[in-house]
Design a protein around this ligand. Structure first.
Ligand SMILES: NC(=O)c1ccc[n+]([C@@H]2O[C@H](COP(=O)([O-])OP(=O)(O)OC[C@H]3O[C@@H](n4cnc5c(N)ncnc54)[C@H](OP(=O)(O)O)[C@@H]3O)[C@@H](O)[C@H]2O)c1
Length: 251
């Protein structure tokens, strides 16, 4: 059975993706997060949903050595990794004119370096198998910066994540055409994200997408179909077309 690893699986979108994959019972599911109690509770719910196999690994993916230990633990337990979902991410509510060094480096560490550590640690395994899927959970704020000025450093970090994902793909495309570097770009999702960022509960924001609906869109688009780009709400494709058009000067 294919092995899917989800970082940030103790809550929110990661938890929702894990539960849906567990219900489908067609993947071995590996959960990663820092809080052992929350992670064990999600693992138990996955088992209750009928998951064939679930493994929970406590690790902080902002630390390279903990990522390397987690990857080794997955391979020791299951022998392979088919899909690695870089879902860990956090917001930060500071206007661009007020950003501190600490704000920017925190966003880069959580939203970018965590994914780079994971991709670098898993790539040797994918290269040896000549296949594998990375799913990097980005954001519409990683595509259109001016949607929210208060999420400035978060938005910029997701733009960086998109850029580095494209660079990883370009580096490996010719020699490893079956290693996929996919991006998923949700809008607002009803999770603890806003509270963790010290702002309003995301569930109360206009247009907040139900977390299960968002998880289903990412599983279908990025995990099952291995699409390079997944937008979790149909209206976002139209927003993207309009945004891209606005970047090109009229003739
Ligand atoms: N919610 C939104 O409105 C929204 C919109 C667009 C994109 N996104 C993106 O969607 C992804 C998931 O967000 P969410 O809304 O589900 O957030 P969430 O509810 O706050 O969940 C975040 C998860 O990441 C884990 N985590 C945080 N730092 C970690 C670390 N250093 N190492 C390991 N695990 C860590 C947390 O668990 P522990 O505390 O146990 O480690 C938790 O399981 C993020 O990449 C976010 O940027 C969210």
């Amino acid at each position: 059975m294919p092995v899917v690893v989800i970082t940030g699986a103790s809550a929110g979108l990661g938890e929702a993706m894990a539960l849906q994959l567990a219900s489908a019972a067609d993947h071995t599911v590996v959960l990663i997060a820092r809080r052992k109690d929350a992670l064990d509770a999600v693992a138990a719910r996955c088992t209750g949903k009928g998951a064939a196999a679930v493994t929970a690994i406590v690790a902080d993916v902002c630390k390279r050595d903990e990522v390397e230990r987690a990857v080794a633990a997955v391979l020791a337990a299951h022998g392979t990794i088919d899909v690695w979902v870089n879902n860990v991410g956090r917001g930060c509510n500071v206007l661009p004119s007020a950003l501190t060094d600490a704000d920017v480096s925190d966003m880069m560490q959580v939203n970018v370096m965590s994914a780079i550590y994971c991709m670098q640690a898993v790539l040797p395994h994918f290269k040896a198998r000549r296949t594998g899927t990375f799913v990097n959970v980005s954001s519409m704020l990683g595509r259109i910066p001016h949607i929210s000025t208060i999420r400035s450093a978060y938005s910029a970090s997701k733009h960086f994540l998109n850029g580095i994902t494209g660079s990883f793909a370009a580096e490996h495309a010719a020699e490893y055409p079956d290693i996929v570097f996919a991006l998923a770009s949700p809008g607002v999702i009803g999770t603890d994200f806003g509270l963790t960022a010290g702002s309003a509960d995301s569930r109360t924001l206009p247009g907040a997408q139900d977390v299960d609906e968002c998880a289903a869109a990412i599983i279908d688009g990025a995990i099952r179909k291995r699409q390079r780009e997944t937008y979790t709400q149909p209206a976002h494709k139209a927003m993207m077309r309009q945004h891209l058009e606005s970047l090109v000067p009229a003739e």
